[in-house]
Write a protein that binds this ligand. Sequence first.
Ligand code: FAD
Length: 354
Amino acid sequence: MDPWVHIVGGGLSGLSLAASLAQFGTLPGRVLISEPVPESLASKTFSFWFTEGERNFLKPEHVSSRWSVSQGSEATVHRGHQFTYGTRSGRAVLDDALSAIHNHAQIELVHETVLTKPKATYVFDSRPCDIETHQVTQSFVGIEVQFEHAHGISEVGLMERLVATDSGVRFVYLLPLGPDRLLVEYTEFTTVPSDFSELATLNEHYLMDKFRNHSYEVQRTESAHIPMGFRQRSEHFGIPLGARGGMTRDATGYGYRTIRYACDQIAKDLIQNDVVKPFRRSVATVWADRLFLNLIQHRPDAIPQILMQIANRMTPDKFAAFMMNCAPWDLFHLLRAAPAKPFTCALLGRYQWI
Ligand SMILES: Cc1cc2nc3c(=O)[nH]c(=O)nc-3n(C[C@H](O)[C@H](O)[C@H](O)COP(=O)(O)OP(=O)(O)OC[C@H]3O[C@@H](n4cnc5c(N)ncnc54)[C@H](O)[C@@H]3O)c2cc1C
């Protein structure tokens, strides 16, 4: 018999959906997850903003109430009250999901690559889309470093050393994972996907420059090209899920929080109503994110100043709420904080006036 649900890809979204389905007792049929390398999830870390009420669902392992943005000598530090910045390891996501799957008699993970559309009542497709389909790409290489002594970095560096490049913007993301552990991640929002070896070199230079007198050891690396908007549609095997399904934010690449909630809702709809509602972002968010991506494409030189002004003018909680796309009015707060001229020129398509 064909399975009831076939999930192609057992990364964050595929395993999140399977784990959410596993919370229901007897299912209407078999659930199959096809994933060639489940362990690859363990080499990622997922960060997000959360409120206290979301802690049990999103399960952060490391938390910080302060985050910063900097360009040259200018820096803005935010301290969240309602929102905290949290991080969960891919290892924890993987272990939780595998244990839920193993404990459910009707759910099975198969180590395989799917090449044609499988037969099932519901097919979900979470294969990453080809890089050629990205409108803008977020390219990054991260290294997790263990220090012998405390590294002294207490807040999350969301975007440090922001600079414009020919094809976008570049910054270093700093994530303290304890007093003696740090993730350093050179990142670009770019129209030309970056060369990983160049970003890796920048990470090394950063460490040598900042921690000249420290001894440290590299524990782990992660790298990716994440889509920031798509310029063309891809053919799906079934219902698109995860980044393929538009669940990563176009303007930021953040996806963990949306994917967890969206997959949980899909599982509930399937069990309770036997339907799947396609994932949709609000029209206003799509519009604002598109405007920002257009600015990256046409006037990357203006982006560092725009981001600095937004970080300066928004309250930390409103900034975090906007980043996590909580409600339509979060966009209104952003537009009030953003410099009017570049966004107006982008709206008119007159990038040369910025
Ligand atoms: C290294 C990294 C760090 C990130 N950090 C953050 C973060 O801090 N915060 C945040 O919010 N978001 C983050 N993201 C963005 C987003 O949350 C992730 O991209 C997330 O993994 C998307 O989930 P997904 O299920 O769509 O894709 P994936 O997790 O990439 O899963 C897709 C799976 O499909 C499998 N697959 C591919 N082809 C086939 C095939 N033919 N048959 C079967 N399986 C196939 C792959 O092996 C893969 O496991 C990060 C992304 C990456 C890559």
